[in-house]
Design a protein around this ligand. Structure first.
Ligand code: ZN
Ligand code: ZN
Length: 417
């Protein structure tokens, strides 16, 4: 049974300009831009929005782009794509690999921008088939967690009507042709923490006259491994990763301080608070044990909220995706440990749905070692890998997911429930 929204979506995307969208995608991939520097990308996306006939504003929250199409009575639907690339040196060997040394679209945001450009054009061309208001957002700086907040602070919802529903999607590893939905928690919260250990520096040959922060930092890193394993209940998922440790300048100098940077992934505020308290306690305890002259500084830095899909919204969008692509293409991936700043665009608990589009090229998937889905999943290049190369064959399907998701609200006879 195919819904009216799915039929309309298939109709509006029957003649997508796939070669032109592929060219657009390859151009974006060749020219990646770091967070809050997405000038070229934003201009290219704005150009697409204007060509499609949308009122378009640039420079929101830095480099953000917003297009709007007011098309009669009905709900306000917001579609969002993030635009930034990563400080990664590309190793895909693709003909359209990055031309900017040390910068790469290693998270697929170039694909997200292409999907959004294609969806905006298809929905605008087919405006007679739906009614309501469409808002399309090219968001800067997802990778640093700054972009969504910057757009909100720059009065996004004073300049544009607040949406009734928000939709976004992300390219993910997995054999092409699947749409991963979860009616609830789908992405984890992320919290950065910095610790400074204060010792007393001196000559490497006279440790008795110093308090060595390198040794204390080493104990601290090891002891922090017990936070998840010994203090968090097995039913709760959490990750603590020490991503950076820095101290010293020379072989024979005991430095005065050591710095540790770590990142947490959590799925509830309670677990997050518990972990932060444990980290503060362990840092203070190790420094006390070592005789540090001062207490350590523990600073909670950047954080991302958890991404929790509104169950009704996600089921509604997943249902239309099932109608468009076949019920067997929809799967529940379970909550991921990755994080997103997309929820910050959903002010006042506005419902949203966020899903994944699997994008590993079939030959890469087939060649990956492993006998089952999970083994292969672990073996293929993941987001942020220098080898991450989503299959351009996902361009048309990724446009259809956005178009059909929007139409689940914009053509539904019942309107927004
Ligand atoms: Zn990323
Ligand atoms: Zn990403």
């Amino acid at each position: 049974m195919t819904s009216a929204a799915a039929r309309t979506a298939l109709d509006l995307t029957a003649d997508l300009p796939v070669p032109a969208l592929e060219d657009f995608y390859r151009d974006l991939h060749r020219h990646p831009e770091l967070s809050l520097h997405e000038h070229r990308t934003a201009a290219a996306l704005a150009d697409r929005f204007r060509t499609a006939g949308l009122d378009t504003v640039t420079g929101i929250g830095g480099t953000g782009v917003v297009g709007i199409l007011r098309n009669g009575d009905g709900p306000v639907v917001l579609l969002r794509a993030d635009m930034d690339a990563l400080p990664v040196t590309e190793a895909t060997g693709l003909a359209y690999a990055s031309e900017k040394p040390g910068v790469m679209h290693a998270c697929g945001h170039d694909l997200h921008v292409t999907w959004l450009a294609g969806a905006a054009a298809a929905l605008a061309a087919g405006r007679d088939a739906w009614s309501g208001t469409l808002i399309v957002v090219g968001q800067p700086a997802e990778e640093t967690g700054e972009g969504a907040a910057a757009m909100i602070e720059d009065h996004l919802y004073q300049r544009f009507p607040p949406p009734d529903v928000l939709l976004a999607q992300h390219a993910a590893p997995g054999p092409v042709g699947f749409y991963a939905h979860r009616p609830g928690l789908i992405m984890s919260a992320s919290t950065d923490i910095d610790i400074v250990v204060h010792g007393r520096g001196g000559h490497g040959s006279r440790p008795e006259s110093t308090v060595d922060p390198v040794v204390t930092a080493a104990y601290l890193v090891t002891r922090l491994q017990t936070v998840v394993s010994r203090e968090i209940a097995p039913r709760d998922s959490a990750v603590l990763t020490v991503g950076r440790i820095e101290a010293g300048t020379r072989h024979n100098i005991i430095p005065a301080e050591a710095r540790i940077s770590l990142n947490l992934r959590t799925q509830s505020e309670e677990v997050r608070e518990r972990m932060i308290a444990a980290i503060r306690r362990i840092a203070a305890g190790e420094c006390l044990a070592a005789g540090c002259p001062r207490e350590p500084e523990v600073t909670v830095g950047n954080s991302f909220p958890a991404t929790v899909n509104d169950p009704d919204t996600d089921r509604r969008v997943a249902a239309v995706h099932g109608d468009v692509f076949g019920a067997g293409t929809i799967l529940d991936p379970g909550p991921a440990m990755g994080s997103e700043d997309f929820p910050l665009l959903a002010e006042d608990d506005t419902p949203y749905s966020y899903w994944f589009v699997t994008s590993t090229p079939p030959d890469v998937w087939d060649a990956a070692p492993g006998s089952d889905l999970m083994e292969k999943f672990a073996a293929v290049p993941s987001n942020h890998s220098p080898h991450f190369a989503p299959d351009p064959s996902t361009i048309a399907p990724g446009v259809r997911t956005l178009v059909s998701g929007a139409l689940a609200y914009l053509v539904s006879p019942a309107g927004l429930s």
